[in-house]
Design a protein around this ligand. Structure first.
Ligand code: IPD
Ligand code: CA
Ligand code: CA
Length: 279
């Protein structure tokens, strides 16, 4: 279906709205499982790409729920999900992008900061995004062209323009010990320029907070599509801006309101330039 300057046709939006109702039910169910198992005795924890890249039995259980629910309700759709990878179906225009538990390190430690991130792409564009924060029962949702909401209430990015007043968040890649391009240079650059920097440990929750104007901006290097697909749509539908750092590895980006995103971007580029001069 063609998109016009206002977004998708009403019939398409209605279809996305119907799918959204399913997603909201699923994330609440999975969130309940995650709440009930936080602080579980002998929680099974394994490592993945590095010693600090963890997966727990609850990541896997959560993912199984989504794969089953999508398989039963939308069997023709493709799915990219963190632990199971890509399940591509031929002839479909739809692809789900799922991070069943974003904030696994926190979860494994018993720190109650984590989220569920579910996005749906239609013709390779993200048209639906939900981020659910189980411990706070916060459900962030957006449909392309239809604004962003938390628990049904409209959200907008913050209105600040001076970095000195901004509270930003960031994260560090799982290859932090192996790759020197691990964000510590940008982190130390921003510390004196801002009100503060948070490292919450869940990129999806960080982006949801940017969309809601609770955090003023976020930047991060080397994430995956499942970490950010829903969050990017939320930020944009909340009136914000995402700028990709295309020359860096993985999904690297800055996000905020348009002024703050541009300023964070410029600062990152100024650090890059200094590095080039020194080396
Ligand atoms: C991680 C979190 C974290 C970010 C990591 C991500 P996971 O996702 O979003 O905040 O800094 O790099 O990979 O592994 O907990 O799903
Ligand atoms: Ca993640
Ligand atoms: Ca995850």
């Amino acid at each position: 279906m063609p998109i016009n300057s206002n977004g998708y046709e009403p019939e398409k939006i209605a279809q996305f709205q119907t799918i959204l109702q399913d997603v909201k039910r699923w994330v609440r169910e999975v969130g309940k499982i995650q709440r009930e198992n936080l602080w579980k005795q002998n929680l099974l924890i394994e490592t993945k790409s590095s010693e600090v890249d963890l997966v727990t039995e609850i990541d896997k259980l959560s993912e199984e729920y989504f794969l089953k629910a999508i398989g039963e309700n939308y069997p023709e759709h493709s799915i990219l999900s963190e632990e199971a990878g890509e399940n591509e179906k031929t002839g479909t225009l739809y692809r789900w992008i799922i991070d069943p538990l974003d904030g696994t390190t926190n979860y494994a430690q018993g720190l109650p900061i984590f989220a569920i991130s579910v996005a749906l792409q239609y013709q390779q564009e993200t048209v639906l995004g939900v981020i659910y924060v189980p411990m706070l029962d916060l459900l962030f949702e957006a449909i392309k062209g239809q604004k962003a909401y938390v628990n049904g209430k409209r959200i907008k990015v913050g209105a600040k323009s001076d970095l000195k007043e901004c509270l930003l968040s960031t994260g560090f890649p799982y290859d932090q010990a192996q790759n020197p391009d691990n964000n510590t240079n940008y982190f130390s650059h921003f510390v004196p320029l801002t009100r503060g920097i948070r490292r919450l440990g869940s990129a999806a929750y960080d982006l949801a907070n940017v969309a809601a104007g609770i955090l003023d901006g976020h930047w991060e290097l080397n994430l995956n599509l499942w970490d950010v697909a829903a969050g990017f749509l939320l930020v944009e539908e909340a009136g914000g801006k995402v700028i990709l750092l295309e020359d860096k590895r993985g999904v690297s980006f800055v996000a905020g309101n348009s002024v703050v995103a541009d300023k964070i971007y410029q600062e990152i580029r100024s650090v890059d330039k200094k590095k080039q001069i020194v080396s």
